[in-house]
Design a protein around this ligand. Structure first.
Ligand SMILES: [Zn+2]
Length: 310
């Protein structure tokens, strides 16, 4: 799950004070998983290293925009992902195997959760909509968090997987049914129940306008491009179902309890979360010498951000 840890908070505070050693520690902590993520997309090692180096520079440049409701890891992954999309000249990049498979198989344009803005709209309209969707986004993120936390506490891994596939990967009931070896009607029921919970939570929110509440409450809201793109975007920026790195480590050692072991296996290998797979790859090869050389390269390129030490 994406949250700012005490250790990260401490490092950020040191970096904010211009402490180069704090920065060095942060680079050391995150470089491996970022390189693994970049290398899952790029065949050449040098290209991956260039993009990760740029990511660290952009992180420092954008530090004042860092929102504390995301983890440092997710913030870094988000920057790197944008750099990868730029690198591939704007080609969309899915972050799970299932989304990728879906994008490839759908010939129609119904799966295109990107920009929805019409060009003729005025700047003030944009601004207003930005503010509105920011509030809705926050309420939805909160609602999903509650729903997923409840499923996790109950160790209801079956529904957890189904909810991930429906609302994150935007799979159709038919496909979810096939993957879970379940009846399509049963999947539809779980989707219906989850949506009811989401919608009633949104309806009770005091932070939203009437229009927003009514839009979410409308029957086919969840099928609209605005809703699917927002749900996916929330998932990717808060990663509410991603296991912690320590959990991925325990998965690797096979020391998780059986239901968790198979849930993490699903998340990594069936849903195919690329963020968590990058952590897995990084954990697998943490013993090599490679990290040191790369780290000193990043330190060289960011030296201007820190005062020389007296
Ligand atoms: Zn994940």
């Amino acid at each position: 799950m994406a949250e700012l840890t005490e250790a990260d908070r401490y490092l950020l505070e040191r970096i904010g004070r211009g402490d180069g050693e704090g920065w060095q520690q942060l680079v050391e902590r995150y470089q491996g998983r970022l390189l693994a993520f970049a290398r899952s997309r790029l065949s050449r090692k040098e290209e991956a290293e260039d993009l990760v180096q740029d990511t660290f520079i952009a992180f420092l440049e954008g530090l004042k925009n860092f929102r504390e409701n995301a983890s440092v890891e997710t913030f870094l992954f988000t920057i790197l992902r944008r750099k990868l999309i730029d690198f591939f000249r704007g080609k969309q990049m899915r972050v799970t195997f299932l989304q990728e498979a879906l994008a490839k198989s759908s010939s129609d344009s119904s799966y295109a959760p990107v920009s929805l803005q019409a060009p003729e709209e005025t700047a003030s309209f944009y601004m207003r909509r930005e503010e509105q969707s920011e509030a809705l986004r926050a309420v939805l993120a909160d609602t999903l968090d509650g729903l997923l936390e409840r499923l996790r506490k109950a160790e209801n891994f079956r529904d957890l997987q189904i909810v991930e596939m429906i609302f994150y990967a935007q799979l159709r009931n038919k496909d979810v049914a096939r993957l879970m070896n379940m009846d399509e009607k049963a999947i539809a029921l779980i989707k219906h129940r989850s949506l009811k919970e989401i919608k009633s939570h949104v309806a009770q929110s005091t932070k939203l306008s009437r229009d927003e509440i009514m839009a979410v409450d409308s029957p086919a809201w969840e099928e609209s491009p605005a809703a699917t793109s927002m749900l996916t975007e929330i998932w990717e920026s808060t990663r509410p179902t991603c296991p912690k790195r320590t959990t991925v480590g325990r998965f690797l050692l096979g020391t998780l309890e059986k239901p968790w072991q198979s849930y993490v296996d699903f998340h990594l290998n069936q849903l195919g979360c690329q963020f968590c797979r990058a952590n897995l790859d990084d954990l697998k090869k943490q013993t090599t010498e490679e990290p040191r050389a790369f780290q000193s390269r990043v330190m060289q390129s960011t030296i201007g951000f820190f005062r020389p030490r007296a």
